[in-house]
Design a protein around this ligand. Sequence first.
Ligand code: NAD
Length: 254
Amino acid sequence: MRLGDRVAVITGAASGMGRAMAVRFAEEGARVVAADVVEDKLQDVVQAIQADGGRAVAVVADVAVRADVERMIDVAVEAFGTLDILVNNAGIMDGMVPAHEVSDELWDRVLAVNVTGPMRAIRKALPIMMQQGRGVIVNTASVGGLFGSRAGAAYTASKHALVGLTKNVAYQYARFGIRCNAIAPGGVETNIMGANPRLDPASLGVQAAMAGMGLNPRTGKPEEIAAVAVFLASDEASFVNGAILVADAGWTAY
Ligand code: NAD
């Protein structure tokens, strides 16, 4: 049990990597607060965990809404007494829209979900973690947070911002026994492209974003990212802080 009795909040837990993380964290002994906007799929995950003998509660929460984010952390404390691990995993794509075409609405929505939500969750979680002298934050960034053209302008900017937030928190709160790292996945087989605004294969944004896809050795499974998250959340990663752990089959090593 690598996460025995730890209390973990995981956002975007109804699908893809977040679902795999919720299931795996519970298998590793964590008490899981699973948060998402999609209630039926969220209940499915929690029931699957409980049927397997794990401990989990569901919170319907939109990470773009401040009150929802704060309630999600409150639920962890009310249900399980504290918060040890925060996984900011929920995120949305941007339709590969390039900078000259990005609307204010698209920009604001992508930044709200991918950066402002994680910031608010971190802001709410830190005092709890500081008081107990320990805590772990894991953010799901992207190779799009390290390189320039894996997606559109808004997604790329949002994930770069999340990388910056990760490093800032990592350094400034290390003295309180808190670690903050990010995972930078490459292409992973989830539902994110289905939730993406319709893509026009002939558009500049899609063509530019897809230019390097031929270099990708393979896509990954959500469980392969969940395994990285378990490592970062566990005490085995006690000396790992402020790292952006790339998990991409070597795509960006070229
Ligand atoms: P997914 O679409 O399968 O799962 C994302 C989940 O987040 C969904 O259940 C969705 O309902 C939820 N969500 C979306 N907006 C939300 C909101 N406002 N509040 C709460 N929940 C919300 O996608 P995934 O690929 O598992 O994505 C997880 C993370 O991985 C995202 O941050 C994404 O940017 C990142 N990522 C994905 C890939 C990939 O190839 N799939 C690559 C790099 C990074």
